[in-house]
Design a binder for this molecule. Structure first.
Ligand code: FAD
Length: 290
């Protein structure tokens, strides 16, 4: 079933993983993927380039494992900033050859000191290119409930988002957020702008202090008072911080699902155990929402 059809049928539950470091073999991720398989995600997406490398072999190899060995639909991330049109076409053809026809089209993050190629300066250009060159691909894209850090303001960001969706986006996945109200306000803005594609809420379980500091620095996402209180109290106690981070994510998911969200996209950070715990605590809620 296509992802577009899936969103019409149910509250989608998807996961995100990243390729292991270049020094590790791709298969190093297999035990993690096998554990994630047990929680029956609707799809698993694989990042490309997040964290500074623009090498696509790991992403393709992992998408292949997910799609053809574990028989779970795979979505490959395709950032455009450091790829030529020809390279994007080659990547899409490699994906098609392993039966992966779903991509998450992104601009990508700037790598300090590295000049962008110039073929795709924003994600809308990449979306339009894929739509035109490979119309059989389904295209997801990113959006930002707390506004993208480079946008002048929300009006500017939503205007660009509308343009991107109109270029051919089938569904959106949000940047992580910790305040559900920010998501609901954002959803209202998208509806007013006439953005009608399904929007999955990106949830990242933040279970240790260093991770939280890094994530909030990279994404610019604000930490609500409620989460800061948890950090202040438990950040030096690993087990308590882990439990509190999981509980916070579970709480967010239950609230979102009960408010009729189109889907939940869990940023697993390749921590299968944490993803499994969250699924155990929320799957009955997700199923009851169908
Ligand atoms: P865009 O849609 O291009 O938006 C970026 C900024 O430019 C926004 O401020 C927007 O308002 C503005 N803008 C958009 N279009 C225009 C236009 N035509 N003219 C002027 N301004 C415009 N990065 C990776 O490198 N690899 C990954 O695998 C990856 N996975 C991600 C997965 C998700 C779910 C999310 C939310 C992000 C991911 N990222 C990844 C990070 C992403 O690349 C960054 O957030 C990046 O800064 C923006 O990407 P975008 O596709 O949203 O860009």
């Amino acid at each position: 079933m296509s992802l577009t059809a899936l969103f019409k049928q149910k509250t989608v539950f998807s996961l995100e993983v990243f390729p292991p470091k270049k020094t590790s073999p791709t298969e190093a991720i297999l035990p993690t993927l096998e554990q994630l398989q047990e929680i029956h995600p609707d799809f698993i997406s694989v990042t490309l380039g997040a964290g500074g490398t623009d090498h696509c072999d790991g992403t393709v190899a992992i998408a292949d494992l997910i799609q053809n060995q574990l028989h779970i639909p795979a979505v490959a991330h395709v950032p455009g900033l450091y790829q030529t049109k020809q390279q994007v076409l080659e990547l899409l053809d490699r994906l098609a050859s392993i039966n992966v026809n779903d991509v998450l089209a992104l601009r990508g993050d700037h790598i300090p000191g590295k000049e962008p190629v110039g073929d795709f300066n924003h994600a809308d250009e990449l979306v339009a290119f894929i739509k035109q060159q490979r119309p059989n691909f389904s295209i997801a894209s990113a959006c930002y409930p707390n506004c993208h850090t480079e946008a002048v303001d929300f009006v500017d960001d939503i205007g660009h988002l509308k343009h991107k969706v109109d270029a051919g986006v089938d569904h959106l996945i949000t940047q992580l957020f910790f305040d559900n109200q920010a998501f609901y306000d954002f959803k209202e803005k998208t509806e007013i702008a006439g953005i009608n594609v399904p929007i999955e809420a990106g949830i990242m379980p933040c279970t240790n202090r260093n991770q939280i500091a890094r994530i909030t620095q990279i994404s610019g996402v604000p930490l609500p008072k409620k989460f800061r209180a948890i950090m202040d109290r438990y950040q030096d106690n690993k087990a308590a911080m882990r439990d509190a981070g999981i509980a916070f994510a579970v709480d967010q998911i239950i609230d979102l699902v009960s408010q009729g969200v189109d889907g939940i996209h869990l940023y697993t950070m390749n921590h299968a155990k944490i993803a499994k715990t969250i699924w155990q605590e929320t799957h009955s809620v997700l199923e009851a929402a169908q």
